[in-house]
Write a protein that binds this ligand. Structure first.
Ligand code: 2BA
Length: 109
């Protein structure tokens, strides 16, 4: 068994939930926050048999879009802000950051 942990954008979360239900995967959704953008995202925990990992990755890929996001970095800590001009930068977010982990044991009571 594997645990697939997928961090996706909030905008894709409902679509992905529906697709997972339709394809027969069980999932738990956690509200999460990106360490870099500090914006909300959604983390899915999906427990599945080894043979279905490729399939679940395809479902995730098909339902999560890559988007551009503009970020204005915060002013430098401790330094002088006199000459600091915040400059918006564009970053590419998603479709999904996915981790596949082995599950030693799964019990469901
Ligand atoms: P955030 O940490 O808010 O990152 C949002 C996007 O900002 C990233 O998109 C990436 O394009 C950019 N980014 C992140 N850290 C950066 C850095 N140090 N320098 C320059 N650009 C940076 P994604 O890579 O698609 O990641 C989307 C979200 O997935 C992340 O939100 C984070 O919540 C999660 N994530 C991605 N990689 C991860 C990892 N290795 N471990 C844990 N969470 C991860």
């Amino acid at each position: 068994m594997k645990l697939v942990v997928a961090v996706v954008q909030d905008k894709d979360s409902n679509r992905l939930s529906n697709a997972l239900i339709k394809t027969g995967f069980r999932a738990t959704k956690l509200a999460s926050t990106g360490g870099f953008l500090r914006a909300g995202n959604t983390t899915f925990m999906i427990g599945t048999e080894d043979e279905r990992v490729t399939e679940v990755l395809q479902v995730i890929k098909a339902n999560c879009k890559i988007r551009e996001q503009v970020v204005t970095p915060v002013s430098p800590m401790g330094g002088t802000t006199d000459s600091y001009i915040p400059f918006p930068v564009e970053v590419q977010v998603g479709g999904a950051a996915v981790f596949v982990m082995p599950v030693e044991r799964f019990e469901h009571f």
